[in-house]
Design a binder for this molecule. Sequence first.
Ligand code: MN
Length: 251
Amino acid sequence: MSLPRILIPTRQYERKEMMVQFVGEYHLRLVLQHGLMPIMLPSMPEMMPYLEDELATAAGLLLMEGKDIDPTYYPHTAESLRWVRSTSPERDEIELKLLELALAQGIPIFGICRGSQLLNIACGGDLYTDVHNDRPERSVMHIDYDDYHNYRHGVNLVEGGRLARLYGQASIPVNSYHHQSVKTLAPRFEPLAYAEDGVLEAFHDPSADFVLGLQFHPERMQSEHPAHVAIFGEFAAAVRRYEAQSKASSS
Ligand SMILES: [Mn+2]
């Protein structure tokens, strides 16, 4: 039995003075529970020549959280650079190349947190280098180091939009672990949710089956609303449609 494959580029992390690469189990288990095979792709330059072939065998791309994106990839002011924290240039390069290929091929893409920010940048958008300091409007708190996993702020779901339909509510509480956020949304995307301070928290490409970015983490709130799990179901359904379509066109 084989499952449709989705690519998940790994995060880099220093453990006992050695670099390791990993994907969290929330993502892996959710993906498996929805009938997809997670393929963990090392975020290292040695992978560059193989990305096109790896993506050709996949039917979905999942980009998750991590370090700040190198600001050279988006328009920024010299002043805003002071808020940028540590970056992972090797991962940026791998993921931006994967995004370029995936967008061209029409593969379903799910970007969470940093993944959503990268998706926006790949399509011509930009970021606040720090949502609390680089943004003229006063922000609600988007990261709480003292109450990291339990902290919630409200988001308003755009009326009639994909998330409003999925969650069946006008607003939901969400977790928040980000110090950056989308500033200008790339033209191809449509907003789906805003925090109470106007910070964009979700968007998608209305002309694609599933190209979606979330600033919050549904995988870490699974018990709080069935739609936090169902959103992975929608991704999996799109992946299966893509796989069926590409098999039909190759036979
Ligand atoms: Mn937030």
